[in-house]
Design a protein around this ligand. Structure first.
Ligand code: PHE
Length: 345
């Protein structure tokens, strides 16, 4: 083989290698290309090297130098492609920097949803204030969602248009519940107050965080499913002052500042007196949620003696808290799960 032919073959190979490396879409493709061209046994460069023996003796030296130059060029093209694909970061076993004796590090492949992060944080804050987590079912009955909470039959909150009542097959319904105790998706976490009090005696200090359902049409501040945090404390001599203290500590912990609290008169069938609480943050009063002193009728409905014990309860929207702190302008961002949004948390 003439030296000219040999040089031409090498040049063609270098070009072909460079364009193949450049076209590799990922590390696996690049690695396959590396084996194709630079493979120690069956690589194309290795195959060409064999032709060197047939180059006339006086051109052998020139052929050898050309071979080395092309080898280096192909190697450089490979490294460039590796850099482009983010390789060579020490995770490749062929990388001279790679130390297989070091312990591995777990790769982060995801994180918790902002609502889950908020729930964990709120649970933590309430835990530090001595409140134990409690849970209740999301499919509830009329008794726990309304009746025991002192919400009478005629109350508008029970309107079928404002609740997700479930139509259960008659045969199931007959054994599980009578028709005057229909099932529904719970509209508030206050149901958990009843479930806890039915099954335990004071002193009680629980916090319940979970989903609630209301047939609202979705807009920037409404969604048919959202989350609430419910707190309940029952003991001897629990007062509205205790409620204010807990809410203030709660807000201050969550927002990381000394946060002023104010309460305004309100009405809930299951608390008396009832209040709406606001906290002062970023220069304005922000609505916190509903709260109050547990109504004696509620205490009676679970067999407690209102002359012996008293309590307070509060129920706050978790999305609201999360949105205010992170300046999220539309609740729907929290449920459409666009990764461009989720990555920010
Ligand atoms: N359950 C009420 C709501 O959903 C909030 C609340 C809870 C009010 C506890 C008072 C006490 O709006």
């Amino acid at each position: 083989m003439s030296i000219e032919t040999f040089v031409q073959q090498l040049d063609e190979l270098a070009q072909s290698a460079a364009s193949t490396f450049a076209a590799a879409a990922d590390a696996a493709e690049l690695d396959a290309a590396r084996v194709e061209f630079l493979g120690a046994k069956k690589g194309k460069l290795k195959a060409l090297q064999k032709n060197m023996g047939s180059v006339p003796g006086e051109s052998r030296k020139e052929a050898g130098m050309k071979l080395n130059a092309v080898k280096q060029a192909i190697q450089a093209a490979f490294e460039e492609a590796q850099g482009r694909l983010g390789g060579g970061d020490g995770t490749d076993a062929r990388d001279p920097e790679f130390d297989p004796t070091l312990p591995g590090t777990a790769r982060r492949i995801g994180k918790l949803h902002p609502i889950t992060q908020t729930i964990n944080e709120l649970k933590d804050i309430m835990g530090r204030l001595g409140f134990t987590p409690a849970e209740g079912p999301e499919v509830e009955d009329d008794q726990h969602n309304f009746e025991a909470l002192n919400i009478p039959r005629s109350h508008p909150a029970r309107d079928p248009l404002d609740n997700f009542y479930l139509s259960v097959a008659q045969s199931q319904a007959e054994s599980a519940l009578s028709s005057d105790n229909p099932l529904l998706m719970r509209s508030q976490t206050s149901t958990v107050q009843i479930r806890v009090m039915e099954n335990s005696q004071p002193p009680i200090r629980i916090v319940s965080l979970g989903r609630v359902y209301r047939p609202d049409s979705a807009d920037w501040s409404h969604y048919p499913m959202f989350h609430q945090i419910e707190g309940l404390m029952v003991d001897k001599n629990v007062t509205l002052a205790d409620l204010k203290t807990v809410l203030k500590l709660f807000a201050s912990n969550y927002l990381g500042d000394e946060v002023p609290i104010r309460i305004r008169p309100s009405f809930f069938p299951f608390t008396e007196p009832s209040v709406e609480a606001d906290y002062y943050w970023n220069g304005k009063w922000v609505e916190f949620g509903g709260a109050g002193v547990v109504d004696p009728n509620v205490l009676r409905s679970v067999g407690y003696d209102p002359d012996e014990v008293s309590g307070f309860a509060f129920g706050l929207g978790i999305e609201r808290l999360c949105m205010i702190r992170h300046q999220i302008t539309d609740i729907r961002y929290l449920f459409t799960n666009d990764v461009r949004f989720l990555r920010q948390f």
